[in-house]
Design a protein around this ligand. Structure first.
Ligand SMILES: *Cc1c(COP(=O)(O)O)cnc(C)c1O
Ligand SMILES: [Zn+2]
Length: 416
């Protein structure tokens, strides 16, 4: 049973509707298309109890997702931990911080497992036998893994300069990996042309309206895991700018159908200073961003011309949120801070998000007595290059107790 009415143009002054198809652009105004649901029917079908009885994965919110049949793709994706970050609260002098941790998402350790599960399910329903994507790394990892699980042919287009773990974490699945010289924006341009030419399901191009809906489950889980309530603030990393808009949509949808009380959560965006088209626009009070050429260690969020940048800015402004960016040094510091306080090893995107959270607290934009969720979207094992050489090296000794005794007294003396 599906609650999807079709696709609808996102432009407020257009709003044309289309039947479900692998399309992402409005033919009349070139606006972006979005999935349109029958919320009244969803409202009568779901309740907190119905959802709570279902397995702990992203499909427990299936009424809000655009698939027609029973979920068969990514059945173990999602429902990652949300934990109260007491140690971080103490360090930052804040009263209520939570970490939503997609660094341990299944199967490929980032939030992209959510969007890919929906995209692959939809590609199957549309009858495609080949899936493809333009990626900064994590999307490629996830699409490679999940396409193999579903027996689909797969092409991954990736900037040749991203982290080695992101290339290996794609190639290991035996799919077709095409490295492109230059940055993501060139890869994306090329893929738009290839998508038309070969008739493949490009998950973040022609399947994008469906794919993007998968991001809502990150938000749904936060709301359920907080005890069916919305936090006062959420800080979200921004690459193409889609995730941040979908987290806000998740809150609105749950409030609309009565699963939570109406909320006024402020949605804040995080970028790297070396690629900050969206945060720069917000800080300058602009509604339109200016594309940039990325230069940052945070490759997963290094998109200079973000597809949903306009909507991300709109979301931030409408909810009363703000945006900030973090330098590469601040990103590394924040990766270490999260690991040392909360035992969570995040990738560079999470470093940017925590560094920005810290700034927003210091600026008073996230008051110290208001609840905030920090969105950790990827795993640090994939971006080791960023911190190699920045950590204390292990001290090497001979395998005897005397050497250890000597070392221990040295370490203890240092601590004094
Ligand atoms: C893709 C990605 C994001 C941002 O996603 P958008 O929806 O493109 O803004 C954030 N964090 C990580 C780790 C990602 O891989
Ligand atoms: Zn339109």
């Amino acid at each position: 049973m599906s609650y999807v009415k079709g696709l609808k143009c996102k432009e407020a002054d257009c709003g044309r509707t289309y039947p479900q198809a692998p399309h992402h652009i409005c033919e009349y105004c070139f606006g972006k298309l979005e999935v349109d649901y029958d919320y009244e029917a969803i409202g009568s079908a779901v309740s907190r109890e119905v959802i709570e009885e279902r397995p702990a994965n992203m499909w427990r919110y299936r009424e809000f997702l655009p698939i027609d049949g029973e979920p068969i793709v990514g059945v173990d994706v999602g429902f990652t931990p949300l934990h109260r970050a007491h140690n971080l609260e103490q360090t930052l002098g804040h009263s209520e911080i939570y970490v939503k941790n997609d660094a341990v998402n299944y199967p490929t350790l980032s939030f992209k497992d959510r969007v890919v599960a929906v995209a692959v399910a939809k590609a199957k329903e549309f009858g495609f036998d080949t899936v493809a994507c333009a990626t900064t790394g994590n999307l490629g990892n996830s699409l490679a893994a999940q396409s193999v699980q579903m027996g689909l042919t797969c092409f991954i287009f990736i900037p040749a300069g991203v982290e080695q773990a992101k290339i290996i974490g794609t190639s290991v699945y035996g799919v077709n990996v095409v490295g492109i010289s230059g940055n993501y924006d060139g890869v994306n341009r090329l893929c738009s042309e290839i998508a038309d030419r070969y008739g493949w399901a490009f998950v973040n191009i022609n399947i994008r309206p469906y794919y993007a809906e998968g991001s809502k489950t990150f938000g749904f889980e936060i709301l359920e895991q907080l005890g069916w309530r919305a936090p006062q603030h959420i800080v979200v990393p921004m690459a193409g700018g889609s995730l941040i808009t979908k987290i806000e949509k998740a809150i609105r949808e749950f409030a609309d159908v009565g699963l939570i009380e109406a909320a006024e959560t402020k949605i804040h965006g995080a970028q790297a200073t070396g690629c900050n088209p969206i945060s720069a626009a917000v800080k300058a009070g602009e509604e339109i961003f200016t594309p940039v050429r990325p230069d940052t260690i945070a490759h997963s969020i290094a998109i200079g011309n973000p597809a949903d940048g306009y909507y991300a800015i709109e979301t931030i402004r409408r909810t009363g949120g703000w945006a900030e960016d973090a330098t590469d040094e601040e990103i590394v510091e924040a990766i270490k801070l999260l690991a040392e306080t909360e035992g969570v090893f995040t990738e560079t995107a999470g470093g940017a998000t925590l560094a920005v959270t810290k700034k927003l607290i210091e600026q008073g934009r996230i008051p110290r007595d208001e609840s905030v969720v920090v969105s950790i979207t990827g795993n640090g094992l994939k971006t080791r290059e960023a911190i190699v050489g920045q950590l204390r090296e292990p001290v090497v000794i001979e395998a005897n107790v005397a050497d250890f005794d000597a070392l221990l007294s040295e370490l203890t003396n240092c601590a004094d």
